[in-house]
Design a protein around this ligand. Structure first.
Ligand code: GLU
Length: 419
């Protein structure tokens, strides 16, 4: 079994464990209905054509999995990465349904992308590929149907191309995607949203565990959107030290703390953190097991495995990336009493501000940054405390508690709708 297959199984296995725990809840929900929750409603596979700059005609496989829309339109990102396939999209779409439900925002879950390496494509090729993919998705996406957003290797520019292409056949519809540029109906605060949500989840978890953040050290695996905003906010707003960050090439670690601003400047200039004088250079695997109080994987999935879970020094693990802990690793962490804040809670800040963006698009009334931050904090804190209360009630970990909250909400919506 490949590593990625094992992690894909993890989400379904957590779902099954959560369903078992739900038997002891006051209101028992039909087990057959619960057992159907991991299944996706619709899975779309398209062959996306592209004329390369050198004149050659090639195709790339594109996917959109629409997992569940009982609570509202499908919602979730599009990633452009060589590992994208149907199974990955299926798992991540399932996670999105759970994430929107645990945050109690009116969406279901979807995910997709194109199996490609965007680093090998020119800007013109990337634009054409995105436009062709949008056309192939046709009426399967839409502001009240399925609303994609940025994910790994996609950004506001990619969302702008989708809006433009979609609007050629439909009326001007900003609400078809979120994570757009501000000039095209984007929301202030969307760029920092996932990092800010990770900061808030970290704050709540530290308070619950009695950890004084002022004396704490935090390691981020990653240095992209989530990690760079998250690290800065954790430093500035919580007063903790950032001890490590990493890119796909390698990591830097300094037990006295890393100056994030200089690391960022260095990374921009050198396209690598190697050689940065403010920290020791090492592999990603080495970084994960270095001394720290809080570890935040915020890169791709599969970071925490049965191989490294036993050596992790952190007391708290905050899942900034989706599906980043294998099921076996999760068992080891639980045994070792590492407190895990699961992805569907910890990294939900992005989709929450996506929700605000969509609300602003539909109402054509735009919010200020203070309102976005205040509302995000309200939703994150309330979701965290719901999950924490459920964990107490069921005497289980935060992940299974979050899954039970989410599955219960989805199941109720399905029953009420009579699906
Ligand atoms: N891709 C992000 C996630 O995994 C954001 C999704 C969205 O905003 O719809 O949560």
């Amino acid at each position: 079994m490949s590593t990625s297959t094992m992690t894909r199984d993890a989400v379904t296995s957590y779902t099954m464990t959560a369903i078992e725990h739900m038997r002891s809840l006051e209101t028992v929900i039909d087990q057959d209905l619960l057992a159907a929750i991991p299944k996706s409603k619709r899975e779309i596979i398209v062959e996306v054509p592209l004329r390369r700059d050198n004149g050659r005609y090639v195709t790339f496989r594109g996917y959109r999995v629409q997992h569940n829309d009982a609570r509202g339109p499908f919602k979730g990102g599009l990633r452009f990465h060589p590992t994208v396939d149907l199974k990955e999209a299926r798992t991540l779409a399932h996670l999105m349904s759970l994430k929107t439900a645990v945050m109690n925002i009116p969406f279901g879950g979807g995910k997709g992308g194109i199996a490609c390496d965007p680093k090998q494509l020119s800007t013109r090729e990337l634009e054409q590929l995105t436009r062709n993919f949008t056309n192939l998705l046709g009426d399967n996406i839409g502001p009240l149907i399925d609303i994609p957003a940025p994910d790994v290797n996609t950004n506001a520019q990619v969302m702008a191309w989708i809006v433009d292409e979609y609007s050629k056949k439909h009326s001007q519809a900003w609400g078809v995607v979120t994570g757009k540029p501000l000039e095209l109906g984007g929301s202030v605060g969307r760029d920092e949203a996932t990092g800010r949500g990770v900061m808030l989840a970290t704050r709540e978890a530290a308070a619950e565990r009695g950890l004084n953040l002022k004396n704490s050290g935090v390691i981020f695996q990653g240095f992209g959107n989530v990690a760079s905003f998250g690290a800065r906010l954790i430093e500035q707003e919580l007063g903790a030290k950032i001890l490590g960050v990493s890119t796909s090439q390698g990591a830097i670690y300094n037990k006295k703390g890393i100056d994030i601003d200089s690391a960022e400047v260095y990374y921009r200039q050198n396209k690598s953190l190697r050689g940065f004088s403010g920290g020791e250079w090492m592999t990603n695997d080495e970084l994960l097991v270095r001394d720290c109080d809080i570890l935040i994987p915020a890169a791709l999935g599969n970071a925490i495995t049965a191989r490294n879970a036993g050596a992790i020094k952190a007391k708290i693990l905050v899942e900034g990336a989706n599906d980043c802990t294998e099921a076996e690793a999760d068992r080891i962490l639980l045994e070792r009493k590492v407190f895990v804040v699961p992805d569907i809670l910890a990294n939900a800040g992005g989709v929450v501000v996506s929700y605000f963006e969509w609300v602003q698009n539909l109402s054509n009334h735009y919010w200020g940054i203070d309102q976005v931050r205040k509302e995000l904090e309200r939703i994150m804190v309330s979701a965290y405390s719901n999950v924490s209360a459920r964990a107490q009630e069921l005497q289980t970990c935060m992940r299974i508690a979050a899954y039970t909250v989410a599955i219960e909400r989805i199941a109720r919506a399905m029953i009420l709708r009579g699906l």
